[in-house]
Ligand binder design. Structure first.
Ligand SMILES: NC(=O)c1ccc[n+]([C@@H]2O[C@H](COP(=O)([O-])OP(=O)(O)OC[C@H]3O[C@@H](n4cnc5c(N)ncnc54)[C@H](OP(=O)(O)O)[C@@H]3O)[C@@H](O)[C@H]2O)c1
Length: 240
């Protein structure tokens, strides 16, 4: 299986890349930086891990750089994990259009453009592929300061459901993995008391295990999930 995954250099993307490689799958990974951990994986899996340094804020060049120059249209793509994102968090009364546009370019527009070419490639090779977008529990349970970020993930959830409806007849699936709070760089700016308040809203009163999220992504990409599409799958320690 060939999987395209964005945001592989750290956090959930790195853990998911490792987990997919352990299954013997080939990963085409994108990020702006090559971290030490990613470099270790590249050395460990020289044949199965391919990495492209690319800033996904540049939507215009995705077709040429990602699909023509790097993966090439001859390569079948079986799965796409849309993981790269940034969180511009602030209260709405401080909304800054430049920051908002930057976040939408990465969190919403790049995933839509990537989906366009992933779908074309799946159709070209007659592949019943699987798309997984990483969404956030903030879409379903409001958090003060996350309205703008949550709105990008809400857009993805709508896009994913409609992708499932549009391409289901070809056997192509699209789901969102709704992640709860994980201890990664993205969440590292929060204070202990802010984190504790977030944990208190979950049934399990603790951060979500990144490996549990990565394993669920692997399942959604696999044949075992062949009847699951158009869904939001929550991995959130029971935020109910
Ligand atoms: N952490 C949480 O609590 C939480 C909760 C719910 C959902 N999520 C979602 O889970 C996903 C992973 O988050 P995380 O916590 O692992 O975040 P993270 O640690 O900040 O990692 C983000 C990844 O995205 C990449 N990235 C950022 N900007 C990019 C750009 N312009 N072009 C290409 N790659 C870019 C980063 O690589 P480079 O910096 O090297 O480019 C990095 O690999 C995101 O979709 C996030 O919204 C996170």
């Amino acid at each position: 299986m060939n999987i395209l995954l964005t945001g592989a250099s750290k956090g959930l993307g790195l853990k998911t890349t490792e987990s997919l490689l352990n299954k013997g799958w080939k990963v085409y990974a994108i990020s702006r930086s090559k971290t030490e951990n990613l470099n270790e994986l590249l050395l460990q899996y020289p044949d199965n891990l391919k990495w492209l340094q690319y800033d996904l804020a540049d939507g215009e060049n995705i077709r040429q750089t990602v699909f023509k120059d790097w993966i090439s249209f001859d390569t079948p793509i079986h799965g796409f994990v849309n993981n790269a994102a940034l969180a511009y968090d602030d209260i709405i009364t401080n909304l800054n259009l430049v920051s908002l546009e930057k976040m939408y370019r990465l969190n919403v527009f790049a995933p839509m453009i990537l989906t366009k070419f992933v779908l074309r490639q799946m159709l070209l090779h007659n592949i019943k592929g699987s798309i997984v977008h990483i969404s956030s529990i903030s879409v379903h349970t409001g958090y003060k300061g996350l309205a703008m970020y949550a709105s990008t993930k809400g857009a993805l959830e709508a896009f994913s459901k409609n992708t499932a409806r549009e391409w289901g007849e070809k056997g192509i699936r699209s789901n969102c993995l709704v992640a709860g709070f994980m201890e990664t760089e993205m969440s590292s700016t929060l204070s202990d008391s802010q984190k504790n308040r977030i944990y208190q809203r979950t049934s399990m009163k603790q951060p979500v295990d990144v490996e549990s999220v990565a394993e669920t992504i692997g399942f959604l990409l696999s044949d075992g999930a062949k009847s699951i599409t158009g869904q939001n799958i929550h991995v959130d320690n029971g935020t109910i």
